[in-house]
Design a protein around this ligand. Structure first.
Ligand SMILES: Cc1cc2nc3c(=O)[nH]c(=O)nc-3n(C[C@H](O)[C@H](O)[C@H](O)COP(=O)(O)OP(=O)(O)OC[C@H]3O[C@@H](n4cnc5c(N)ncnc54)[C@H](O)[C@@H]3O)c2cc1C
Length: 301
């Protein structure tokens, strides 16, 4: 569904703030995005007790104290089924009915050996079934345009995604990527695997690169090196003095994200989901380039 300004829905991802200063920054970003009426905001879920407590608190506040539809990420990492049920209950008490359900990565080393909690769950598919069994929740899952790093091949990766959708997920959000063709091939694979599940939205995730330092973060999040042609554009802007030319590098990063966003819109993506790292400015610039405006009234997606 299009918004009144003709644009497709967009959404943004936040990360749990680590301290009070980071929390204040998150709130500034949330208020900034509120003026542009995202379809939803999502809050990632990390390892570690105190971070998890802060995550639950801030996610609940976002749901209660803003107009933003809040999606809480939930991972199976290091949790028993009883704990997972209790976390879902905490979110439900805060009025959160939308969960992005994930297995999560081993704490410390995302590429390390996966060990399920002795009384926990092995795959996200099981967590989807559990959450759906607990009540009236809207559930999304992760999808991987280039395949998940632990999947033996793309066909099996797609089959597992279809299983998560069949288990009750209503949509998926992709891992961030830089090659739109990878997204289009994923979409085709899911339709071929299961035409019914293939009709569910696959929301592409993107992140504006704002400095050469963010390239590394983008590579971690996408699980792949930045394509050489994009890296060359950023390095050309950086020249021999990346610090002095940081505005030029940033401008190229915004340009690249705008190009990816435009191609996704042209290819019929159901929405655009932005990794923000809790900053509004870069995402807002990309959205403005794509024709999004600050609208007076909320938009339903
Ligand atoms: C949009 C998005 C948001 C994310 N948010 C977070 C977050 O907030 N916190 C966090 O810690 N991580 C997050 N992640 C990372 C995610 O948790 C990891 O990529 C994790 O390794 C995979 O999670 P999953 O839910 O896809 O797992 P699963 O779907 O369970 O897949 C895990 C692996 O098992 C395989 N598999 C699945 N089902 C089966 C089966 N039945 N038999 C055999 N193999 C199977 C899959 O192919 C894959 O290789 C996010 C990822 C994305 C794309």
């Amino acid at each position: 569904m299009r918004r009144p300004d003709g644009t497709i829905p967009f959404s943004v991802e936040f990360n749990p703030p680590r301290d009070a200063a980071a929390e204040a920054r998150l709130w500034r970003a949330a208020r900034e995005f509120e003026r542009m009426h995202p379809a939803f905001v999502s809050m990632t879920y990390g390892a570690g007790g105190s971070t998890r407590d802060r995550t639950a608190r801030v996610t609940g506040q976002l749901a209660r104290e803003t107009t933003l539809l809040t999606v809480a990420h939930l991972t199976a990492v290091e949790h028993s089924v009883a704990e997972l049920r209790s976390i879902v209950g905490t979110y439900a008490d805060a009025g959160i009915r939308n969960l992005l359900v994930l297995r999560g990565d081993p704490p410390g080393d995302p590429l390390g050996e996966w060990r399920k909690h002795p009384e926990g769950l092995e795959y996200a598919e099981e967590l989807v079934r559990m959450v759906r069994g607990l009540g009236d929740f809207h559930v999304g899952v992760a999808s991987f345009p280039q395949g998940h790093h632990r999947s033996p091949d793309l066909d099996r990766d797609t089959a597992y995604l279809c299983a998560k959708l069949r288990a009750g997920a209503e949509y998926s959000i992709t891992q961030m990527f830089f090659d739109v063709d990878d997204y289009l091939r994923l979409r085709d694979r899911v339709v071929a695997c299961d035409p019914v599940e293939g009709a569910k939205p696959i929301i592409p995730e993107l992140m504006p690169i704002t400095s050469l330092r963010t390239v590394q973060r983008a590579e971690e999040l996408s699980g792949r090196p930045l394509p050489a042609r994009l890296l060359q554009r950023l390095e050309k802007a950086a020249g021999n003095d990346p610090e002095a030319n940081r505005n030029a590098v940033r401008a190229v990063g915004i340009e690249i994200a705008t190009e990816i966003g435009q191609r996704l819109i042209d290819e019929g993506a159901p929405g655009l989901h932005f990794i923000t790292l809790n900053f509004a400015k870069a995402t807002t610039e990309v959205l403005t380039n794509l024709g999004y405006t600050v609208t007076a009234t909320p938009v339903s997606a």
